[in-house]
Design a protein around this ligand. Structure first.
Ligand SMILES: [Zn+2]
Length: 301
């Protein structure tokens, strides 16, 4: 059985936990600059994993500044085929309570100042994105959730806003009217780039509070009055939810190790997606992107 190498993108809590497992820190350089920090290659729950701390050591990258392209490219070049990501969000629904976990199935992308493709300057590439998260990985997460003591929602639509400011109340109400369930700032372009890199990608989102459509204290409309209380509550929810999210990821990587290296449609995302005539592509450009397109272009020439 092939032993899969799973990429994990997450936050500081997960970074500290995985650092305790030992392993090797790897500096990777990419055509898109350096990743958020050194990657950590280790073994977790019987599975080989490579971890990226999305916001970098010390949480120094804001959501708009995270080097998403370098992070995904670095994972791809190390041989990762599947990515499990986690991230904090605000809830847009009463029944998605702070502390719950959500295995997202849809995204609305409202980001507007991030580079969201590997191929901006090199090729015209149009991948399918109707279902932005891998259904096979989602199924593993859902099954692994049976053993985790948390309310886990098997579906959810995540609206990804640019930030770094939180929504206005009008935006929050609009996102709800659109049918979104969660609002966050980091899932895009990560999911798009994973698809372009022909990697499976799934996201465990954890709501840390209700977005501003809902007053956190019934009868008290002004959030500013209770800012310190609210912040403490969000931090406590974040810690609790992140702990549960980590438990879910740990159970999932164990399942993935047992399942071996399964094939998936995500790994053929570029099959019919490259519109540029290969003969017109500069060899140096192909070389630069070889971990992403090398095989595809070779098979067409
Ligand atoms: Zn997949």
């Amino acid at each position: 059985m092939n032993s899969p190498l799973i990429g994990i993108i997450g936050g500081t809590g997960l970074a500290e936990l995985l650092a305790d497992q030992g392993g090797e820190r790897i500096e990777v350089s990419t055509p898109f600059g350096p990743p958020s920090g050194p990657l950590l290659r280790t073994e977790w729950n019987g599975c080989r994993v490579v971890f990226v701390n999305r916001h970098g050591p010390g949480h120094r990258f804001s959501p708009s500044a995270v080097p998403y392209r370098a992070n995904v490219f670095a994972l791809k070049s190390l041989g990762v085929t599947r990515i499990l990501a986690s991230g904090a969000t605000g809830s847009l629904r009463e029944d998605f309570a702070p502390g719950d976990l959500v295995i997202c199935d849809q995204v609305i992308d409202r980001t507007h100042r991030r580079r969201s493709s590997f191929f901006d300057d090199d090729l015209a590439v149009h991948v399918e994105l109707a279902d932005p998260f891998c259904s096979q990985l989602r199924a593993h997460l859902i099954a692994a959730g049976d053993g985790v003591e948390a309310t886990i929602h098997p579906q959810g639509t995540y609206v990804c806003m640019e930030g770094p400011q939180f929504s206005t109340r009008a935006e929050s109400n609009m996102h709800r009217a659109w049918g979104a369930d969660l609002v966050g700032m980091t899932c895009m372009p990560e999911a798009k780039l994973a698809r372009e890199a022909e990697m499976c990608y799934a996201l465990v989102a954890f709501p840390t509070d209700y977005d501003c459509w809902r007053s956190p204290r019934p009868g008290v409309p002004d959030r500013a009055t209770h800012r310190q209380d609210l912040l403490n509550e969000i931090r406590a929810n974040l810690k609790r939810a992140a702990g549960r999210g980590t438990e879910l990821l740990a159970a999932t990587v164990q399942r993935l190790a047992q399942a071996g290296d399964e094939d998936c449609l995500c790994r053929r995302a570029l099959e019919f997606a490259i519109w540029t005539d290969p003969a017109s592509i500069d060899a140096a450009r192909i070389d630069r992107l070889r971990p992403l397109v090398g095989d595809r272009l070779a098979s067409r020439s």
